[in-house]
Design a protein around this ligand. Sequence first.
Ligand code: CDP
Length: 232
Amino acid sequence: MSRITIAIDGFSSTGKSTIAKQLAKHLGYVYVDSGAMYRAVTYFAMQHGFISNNHFDLNGLISKLNDVNISFKFNETLGFAEVYLNGINIEKEIRTLEVSGYVSRVAAVPQVRTQMVRQQKKLGAQKGVVMDGRDIGTVVFPNAELKLFMTASAKTRALRRYNELLERGDAVSYEAVLKNVEERDFIDSNRKDSPLVKAVDAIEIDNSNLSIEEQFDKILSLYNEVVSNNSL
Ligand code: CDP
């Protein structure tokens, strides 16, 4: 059966990575979390003092971008690929609210995007890939055969992310998470370079009232439709 490219975009905490991982596992596809790459650059910037206390040394970060080496390594136990920065596993470190607080500003920098998009295109060059993010169906893979655009209310999304962070043992408040979700939605949708917009040919899925299983079944049938149309 022919392998396709699946692009999943949408607002923060809409469950993109949950469905992307499920699809990749079910189809034997590669899953790439493009947001993890922007988070890795943000973590690098924090480690190197380019970001601190709301100060952002943009030129400092740009001058060191060539030292940012991001890779993914499949973790058999977890069933997905974890992100590495210069050979070190940073999967846990990049999920904090602190990184979330800066990531959208870093992701708005054109030089950062150019470098990440180049790498993302390479990762998906062989097809058989599910990639999630903000500009996958519009910029990274405009020819993807299946494009999804995920939405849910900000409150539902913040609650999901809040529970995730609590489960990891992070002491955060629901209000702080909601504020971050809303702030990132705003920056991501309003930046000049590759803003978050629904691709004209993307299928919008509002999963506010869908269980994980219902969502998976719905999207799998969309996939089957695309693949059967493709092989006609
Ligand atoms: O998991 P969540 O939906 O909260 O975010 P993420 O996918 O980990 O992405 C983190 C941030 O990276 C987003 O808020 C965007 O600012 C940025 N991003 C982007 O600009 N382009 C992408 N393709 C993916 C993420």
